[in-house]
Design a protein around this ligand. Structure first.
Ligand SMILES: Cc1cc2nc3c(=O)[nH]c(=O)nc-3n(C[C@H](O)[C@H](O)[C@H](O)COP(=O)(O)OP(=O)(O)OC[C@H]3O[C@@H](n4cnc5c(N)ncnc54)[C@H](O)[C@@H]3O)c2cc1C
Length: 422
């Protein structure tokens, strides 16, 4: 079946061999695609999961083989033409070909841009010194792990999930850790103030020296990192005059990512903070799609946004496959996320943006509890620490458009399963 201006393609080319791509390959074959599928990825690895990289893999508790989303045999059995270690440099939309870094061109009937995101890099003096590390890919962590073995004083830049997870691993590995975060509270983009304070308390208990409202002025050392100079950031986010030196033999930066959207923008496709697509992962070019970390997409409840999560990568890849195969279903999945730090598993469903009321509900387990976020008395998001029941129940309610009474949700005398919902 074909939709208006899009024919079911024979030759599908996927750019980027990440989490979303592995799912897209599977969904295309499951959906009955019998034409060719070529997967071009600039990394040399098969598509792998990134979440363990800042958690068990960095700790040395997770074997590399387990990172791969699918074994090699999956791609062979599904007749996927794997081109790894090759970058796509340009798209010729008129000719429907892409230019590869090995000098060849590849024709396509449909092209999926699943190019993900890259780390934002430090730009202060000394940022290029040996001893400065990032946390995005297997190669980054393979370079970081031996540095952790010999370091004593780590400075982590960034109090988002990646920085906090890295800080937790470094503390577990026995390093002294100072964490700098530019804004006055942790997890400023991704969690409520209340949950951020809870997480801050855990890190302080574990001995992390957290410096909020602080930024890096420079990294210094003779031949490699020996100290960092930090400074306070004023309320209007302007760096201040008061500088302080901290000894450091390891710097780990987790200061966010940038979507890999230049292939699309250079080819004249619209981009915002990501490649702009509709709810079916379609760009305005009927042959080109985008999904995963790189996709700027509309969401029924949260408006236009770009999400950085495994859930989004997987669900959008499924929506992308459906659209390519001519049976589009709008992507409108409930965003959910998790993070592991020390013995705390944090799980969230929904998004915390725009809440006007937060209610904390104590949990049964140590370091546990849940934060219920409301806007106009409607449940928007639940953030649960060591409380899978609260997470699952909240997720179900949000998906069903149900709201527990904000007057009772914090009352642990009422079990969640008996909680009145509106
Ligand atoms: C350390 C870490 C921990 C995380 N933890 C969690 C977590 O706990 N929970 C959670 O939900 N999410 C987590 N995430 C986020 C999650 O891993 C991402 O949302 C997910 O990997 C996105 O998948 P993707 O396929 O869209 O992009 P990516 O995984 O970024 O894959 C894109 C691939 O495309 C390649 N590429 C880019 N441009 C080109 C080009 N021109 N030519 C060829 N190849 C190209 C890139 O090199 C990359 O390999 C974590 C991410 C990181 C880095």
């Amino acid at each position: 079946m074909a939709i208006a201006d899009r024919m079911v393609p024979e030759r599908i080319v996927i750019v980027g061999a990440g989490h979303a791509s592995a799912q897209l390959c599977e969904s295309l074959r499951k959906g009955g695609h019998t034409g060719s599928i070529t997967l071009v990825g600039e990394e040399t690895w098969l598509p792998y999961q990134r979440p363990p990289l800042s958690k068990a893999y960095l700790l040395g508790d997770f074997e590399r083989e387990r990172l791969f989303v699918k074994p090699h045999s999956f791609y062979a059995d599904a007749d996927i033409d794997l081109r790894l270690g090759i970058r796509v440099d340009a798209i010729d939309r008129d000719a429907r070909t892409i230019a590869l870094s090995n000098g060849t061109r590849l024709p396509y009937d449909a092209l999926a841009l699943l190019t993900g995101a890259r780390v934002r890099r430090l730009d202060c003096p000394g940022a290029g010194l040996p001893g400065v590390h990032y946390v995005r890919g297997i190669d980054d962590i393979d370079a970081l792990m031996p540095a952790v073995d010999t370091a004593r004083n780590a400075v982590v830049i960034g109090g988002g999930y990646i920085g906090l997870e890295a800080a937790a691993v470094l503390r577990k590995r026995g390093l002294a850790v100072t964490l700098l975060h530019r804004s006055p509270r942790l997890l400023s983009r991704v969690a409520s103030v209340e949950t951020a304070q809870f997480i801050e308390g855990i890190h302080r208990e574990e001995g992390v020296d957290i410096r909020l409202g602080t930024t890096l002025r420079s990294i210094e050392g003779a031949g490699r990192v020996q100290k960092v100079e930090i400074e306070r950031v004023a309320a209007d986010h302007v760096a201040g005059d008061t500088a302080e030196e901290i000894p450091a033999d390891l710097v780990v930066a987790g200061i966010g990512v940038l979507p890999n959207q230049s292939l699309a923008s250079d080819a004249g496709l619209p981009t915002e903070d990501g490649i702009a697509v509709d709810a079916q992962c379609r760009t305005p070019d009927p042959a080109i799609y985008a999904a995963g970390d790189v996709a700027w997409h509309p969401h029924g409840q949260w408006g236009e946004l770009r999400l950085e999560s495994v859930q989004n990568a997987l669900d959008q890849a499924k929506a992308c496959a459906a659209a390519m195969l001519g049976d589009p279903a709008p992507y409108d999945a409930m965003p959910w996320f998790w993070s592991d730090q020390y013995d705390v598993k944090l799980q969230s469903a929904g998004l915390p943006s725009g809440y006007d009321r937060a209610i904390w509900r104590a949990g049964d387990k140590a370091r546990g509890g849940s934060c219920w976020l409301y806007r106009d008395d409607r449940l928007l998001c639940v953030e649960a620490a060591n409380d899978p029941r609260a997470y699952m129940t909240g997720k179900r309610w949000i998906e069903a458009g149900q709201t527990p009474d904000p007057a009772t949700i914090g009352n642990t005398d009422i079990a969640l399963k008996e909680m009145p919902v509106l």
